[in-house]
Write a protein that binds this ligand. Structure first.
Ligand SMILES: NC(=O)c1ccc[n+]([C@@H]2O[C@H](COP(=O)([O-])OP(=O)(O)OC[C@H]3O[C@@H](n4cnc5c(N)ncnc54)[C@H](OP(=O)(O)O)[C@@H]3O)[C@@H](O)[C@H]2O)c1
Length: 234
């Protein structure tokens, strides 16, 4: 399978890449701003000797002006993309009244605009695949009716936006591309540690990555247009 994973340098994204690589025979297109971390992950994946290919794409997804270059690098390596996992995310924890316009742009650029534009930009590559699947990594914090947390107003709203987009695109591209959104609860990553120091999450990145990797490969046979909570709590 040809698979794009955004936010692959660390946390859930890196763990998902390892799980996919373990299943073998994939071409992974891994994206983040951290070239060193991506190169390290590439070496790790290639050492598995499971017939994987890795293309490192060192891009800042909040700068959508560079998307034509990003897309041309992907297109020069493949004619089709089977799976896009929009995992890259950013969290800013602040009281609502303290958010600057730049903070709000940052939250929506990374969590909503970048994945939306990436989907739009690779539509021809997705449509050329046999059974394409887009998995948007949303969050329980943006899931309707879930418990909300102080300081996460724009994070939660941006995640609700990507969930809603998932449903809308399912309608627009029915019978062509499957779209699903996964809404994880807390996972012990650097993002969580930076946002909520000392908080202990019930899941490790590898644990949720096993689920996400399997869902990306097989979930579209059972789900389409779904916003799925992946959480041990309400
Ligand atoms: N951890 C949790 O408890 C939790 C719960 C629910 C949902 N989620 C979601 O799961 C996803 C992964 O979270 P995580 O906990 O693994 O976070 P993380 O450890 O902070 O990893 C975030 C990833 O996103 C990438 N990223 C951020 N901004 C980027 C940008 N402008 N351009 C390109 N890449 C960018 C980072 O790469 P670089 O910094 O190298 O660019 C990094 O690889 C996020 O969408 C998050 O919202 C996490």
């Amino acid at each position: 399978m040809n698979i794009i994973v955004t936010g692959a340098s660390r946390g859930i994204g890196a763990a998902v890449c390892r799980e996919l690589a373990n299943s073998g025979g994939h071409h992974l297109f891994i994206i983040s701003r951290n070239l060193k971390a991506l190169e390290k992950l590439k070496t790790e994946i290639l050492e598995l000797k499971k017939q994987n290919l890795v293309s490192v794409l060192n891009f800042d997804l909040s700068n959508t002006d560079t998307f034509p270059t990003l897309i041309s690098q992907i297109s020069s390596a493949t004619d089709f993309i089977d799976i896009l996992i929009n995992n890259a995310g950013s969290i800013i924890v602040k009281n609502f009244e303290d958010f600057t316009p730049q903070d709000i742009d940052q939250q929506f650029n990374v969590n909503y605009i970048a994945p939306a534009k990436l989907i739009q930009s690779i539509l021809p590559l997705l449509k050329s695949a046999k059974s394409p699947h887009v998995v948007n990594i949303s969050s329980m914090s943006g899931f309707q009716g879930s418990k909300k947390f102080k300081g996460l107003s724009h994070y939660s709203a941006s995640k609700a936006a990507i969930s809603s987009l998932t449903e809308c695109l399912t309608e627009e591209f029915k019978n062509e591309i499957a779209f699903n959104a996964l809404c994880p609860g807390a996972v012990q990553t650097e993002m969580l540690e930076e946002a909520f120091p000392g908080y202990k999450a019930p899941l490790k990145p590898k644990e949720i990555a096993e689920f996400i990797a399997d869902f990306a490969l097989n979930g579209h046979k059972f789900f389409n247009g779904k916003i799925l909570p992946v959480s041990l709590s309400l």
